[in-house]
Design a protein. Structure first.
Length: 523
């Protein structure tokens, strides 16, 4: 695993030269010099200065030295473990794990030319490092940091939150149509679903340092670095191998960039915490405290172009516990807001609540639902829908409509993923009516007696009366559905009237009988 020792500077520290690795040196110099080395290259950024070697002087760790063959004694030459020697000509060195890296240049090369080339590398990466340092202390700097880094990596870099929300990405993505899928919410949600909530995802979320993301998931090899806050995975910095092949040292440089991104994110979070109300916070506060001053509420909403004369409706989404644990909620909210213009989606009471400004959206609730219905189905998200409403006075109660629709509808028809309040309102009323008394004590005693009579005498009077009421007292239709002759049905009805003595022509009596049948269905 790649480890980055050179952390970004604090504001109190003076400018320091960017450190390099032996792998960077070897890769960048091989086009101009013929290098030979016996020891494996390192990606660690630890080399901080290039010097000419003077015979008799001791070598120091983390330094790069240049010498010629005639400067080295005939006996084996010892290079410190953390140092690097460039020798023009052949030199005998000890090749052990505790010795430093030695490069031999077999060409007749000027040591001054080599020195200048190495110094240019330090200057190149130091300019990048200094620019990152400046941007990390500016508001909204992540986008510029990624663009500044494109000249170093030659591949796009993307910053995502743990819930797949895109924080920023290299601008080159906007100029290349073949790269658009890297930041497209639909594409991200689709490929993230391939491994979301899996053991593999859990393992990747725990990784420290640079690591490769499985290319079969995204379609391209990706190099990633996780960002943690209080030991919790919160962000991922990803470089995609889409324009150039990865180099061995890219991981170390990506870790270096990630340290600055982490600094910029921490500053942005502080700024956001100090900001005034956002629309989702306004809505959350109203749901928590419905009795807020109406004039203040109107002023809040007016700042976002939401007016009292506009039409609205509310959606409540059931979110799985694993989605909450893995922080996909914010991504879902962002994706829905992208699909539904003039909407606000946020987490509330372990579900997702969405308010849509239908006036600004330019359609009705059905039109808005059509925009997200396939997303809901494919994501296994069940939704409760409120009725449409105008203004803010009943905003809380229409939220409750959506929540009730999801709760009651989910019990009544668990196989459905969309539940409208007007479709379950009657069941909700009946459930509320049983608040003080058990259902059996609210239902018609005579209907209960009719059901008990059936159980004792093996008759079917209860179902006969229930179907008769359901068919609006239509004898012909009821007899047909019962597969009995009309005269047989009329005989049954006479027996039923003798048993319960109820006048079904009376409106209140008929309503009570209908409510009783529905409540007994709920039971």
């Amino acid at each position: 695993m790649i480890r980055l020792k050179a952390a970004p500077r604090n504001t109190q520290e003076e400018f320091q030269t960017m450190k390099l690795s032996t792998s960077i040196l070897a890769h960048k110099l091989k086009s101009k010099f013929t290098l030979q080395n016996k020891k494996a290259l390192s990606d660690e950024l630890h080399l901080e200065q290039v010097l000419f070697f003077c015979d008799g002087d001791g070598m120091q760790n983390h330094k790069i030295y240049i010498c010629s063959q005639d400067q080295v004694s005939e006996q084996d030459f010892i290079v410190p473990e953390e140092a690097v020697l460039f020798c023009i000509g052949k030199v005998r060195t000890r090749n052990t794990g505790k010795n430093g890296q030695v490069f031999q240049l077999v060409d007749d090369t000027s040591p001054f030319m080599l020195f200048n080339e190495i110094q240019r590398l330090f200057e190149y990466y130091s300019q990048w490092d200094e620019r990152l340092y400046e941007l990390a202390n500016q508001e909204g700097s992540i986008q510029e940091m990624l663009d500044e880094s494109f000249r170093v990596f030659h591949n796009p870099v993307i910053v995502n939150s743990a819930d797949y929300f895109v924080i920023g990405y290299s601008s080159v993505i906007d100029t290349r149509s073949e790269l658009s899928g890297l930041v497209d919410p639909d594409a991200i949600f689709e490929y993230s679903g391939e491994y979301r909530n899996t053991e593999q995802q859990q393992n990747l979320m725990k990784k420290k340092g640079a690591y490769f993301f499985p290319d079969y998931i995204t379609g391209a090899r990706s190099l990633c670095v996780n960002i943690f806050e209080h030991d919790r995975f919160t962000y991922r910095v990803t470089m995609v191998e889409s324009l150039s092949r990865f180099e061995a040292y890219d991981g170390a440089l990506l870790e270096h960039l990630t340290e600055y991104i982490k600094l910029a994110l921490s500053k942005q979070m502080t700024l956001q915490a100090d900001m005034g109300y956002r629309l989702d916070r306004i809505l959350s506060d109203i749901l928590l405290n419905p009795d807020q001053d109406s004039e203040v509420t109107r002023q809040w909403f007016s700042e976002f172009g939401w007016l009292p004369e506009h039409r609205y409706f509310c959606i409540n989404l059931k979110v799985a516990a694993l989605d909450l644990e893995n922080m996909t909620v914010r991504f879902i909210c962002s994706h829905i807001e992208n699909m539904l213009g003039n909407s606000c989606a946020f987490q509330y009471e372990n579900n997702i609540t969405i308010f849509v400004n239908l006036t600004r959206f330019g359609g009705g609730a059905a039109d808005a639902l059509e925009k997200i219905v396939y997303f809901l189905r494919d994501s296994f998200l069940k939704a409760g829908l409120s009725n449409e409403f105008v203004g803010f006075e009943t905003l809380y109660y229409h939220y409750r409509q959506a929540a009730v629709a999801l709760e009651v509808g989910g019990r009544r028809a668990p196989f459905r993923w969309i539940h409208r309040f007007d479709e379950i309102a009657l069941d909700y009323l009946l459930e509320q009516s049983r608040g003080e008394l058990p259902g059996e004590l609210v239902c018609s005693r005579k209907i209960l007696e009719l059901r008990a009579f059936d159980g004792k005498h093996n008759t079917d009077y209860y179902n006969t009366l229930k179907l008769y009421v359901k068919n609006h007292l239509n004898a012909v239709q009821t007899a047909k559905q019962l597969y009995i002759h009309r005269s047989t049905f009329l005989y049954r009805m006479e027996k039923i009237k003798e048993l319960i003595r109820m006048d079904l022509d009376d409106y209140d009596t008929l309503l009570y009988v209908m409510i009783t049948f529905r409540m007994m269905e709920l039971e």
